[in-house]
Design a protein around this ligand. Structure first.
Ligand code: NAD
Length: 311
């Protein structure tokens, strides 16, 4: 028997997983976190000159696995890997490429939270940023909701991709200005690398759901003070990490002890309803936490290794 650790490539992850199954495993993992069947640690970032290494990890005791995602940042680009352990045998289960897994889980978490906390029949999606993450956000959301209209905002937008999205989804799709996109949008997603706000929160329609996934450092933010001031609820993945990392929170002068922050473990524990009554705006600020990576890695390992697809 070989003692080498199985390796799972991005391509295998891409072939084995889809947004719905990723959203489903995230749903289970956050329910575990709420019930102390999982635990997560804050991201650790280590900087030396212009180089950075980041680690984030979790134990999912309910599934008997634990692991860590590790990635360098070089010239602004990430290269994700995940090491997953079986905690019953105390042996490594697999080393996974983490790029595809990160793309899938980041899109799936917006869809999961929107499916519970956004208006039930959203008509219009506004998407800022149509790069790697933005495209995944659109695909995952369109697999769940049937939008009549998708408004795209990106100075480097690719018209051919927009047209292909329209064909795939049957929605009206167009690149437009930030204001035209946000006004009357039910769901607004920001998936850019911008470190300054990408729209004016005064434009948001009552009851809008905003998911900001695009920055996870305290020095940058995609959402402005008006959006944060207007939010009746600000959902984050996990307060101990999110409130320290999110520039939307750290740079917001209106932040106070009464700010309406709530995290996913609180919502899964039933401390408050997912959809409060009334026309307030809901913000979901995602920075990405290690539990999501461990949960999706566990799903990938169970599908790929148990399916015998491992080379
Ligand atoms: N929350 C998470 O868990 C998580 C996970 C992975 C990546 N991210 C973040 O997602 C962001 C996007 O990553 P990516 O790989 O898709 O980047 P990318 O470079 O592929 O795409 C970013 C896109 O945003 C566009 N853009 C820039 N400024 C804009 C603006 N003001 N308005 C509209 N569009 C604008 C760019 O033209 C580009 O097309 C990064 O900041 C990354 O750190 C977050």
């Amino acid at each position: 028997m070989s003692n080498s650790i199985p390796f799972i490539s991005d391509q295998q992850v891409s072939e084995a997983l889809d947004y719905r199954s990723v959203a489903a495993v995230l749903d289970e993992a956050f329910a575990s976190l709420a019930a102390a069947g999982a635990a997560v640690h804050r991201r650790q970032r280590t900087d030396c000159r212009h180089l950075r290494l980041s680690t984030m990890g979790a134990v999912w005791a309910d599934r008997g696995v634990g692991g860590v995602k590790v990635y360098p940042t070089v010239r602004g680009q990430f290269s994700f890997s995940i090491l997953l352990f079986d905690l019953a045998s105390n042996r490594p289960l697999a080393l996974l490429d983490g790029n595809e897994l990160t793309r899938l889980r980041t899109a799936a978490i917006t869809t999961l939270v929107a499916s519970k906390a956004a208006a039930q029949r959203p008509r219009k999606l506004a998407l800022f940023g149509t790069g790697l993450q933005g495209r995944a956000q659109a695909d995952a959301l369109c697999g769940w909701f049937g939008f009549e209209e998708i408004a795209l905002v990106d100075p480097a937008g690719d018209a051919a991709w927009g047209q292909a999205l329209a064909v795939r989804t049957g929605s009206r799709v167009a690149f437009t200005t930030a204001e035209a996109a946000v006004r009357d949008a039910d769901i607004v997603v920001t998936a850019t690398r911008s470190s300054t706000p990408v729209f004016d929160g005064a434009w948001l329609a009552p009851g809008a759901f905003v998911s900001a996934i695009g920055t996870s450092t305290p020095k940058g933010r995609e959402l402005d003070d008006a959006t944060m001031d207007r939010a009746g609820r600000i959902i984050v993945e996990w307060k101990p990490q999110s409130l320290e990392e999110a520039g939307e929170v750290v740079l917001w002068p209106g932040q106070s002890a009464n700010s309406p922050f709530i995290d996913l473990p609180q919502l899964y524990a039933g401390e408050a309803p997912w959809r409060p009554a009334g026309p307030a705006i809901t913000v979901f600020k995602s920075v990405g936490i290690g539990l999501a990576d461990v949960a999706v890695a566990q799903l990938a390992v169970s599908r790929i290794l148990h399916a015998g697809a491992q080379p």
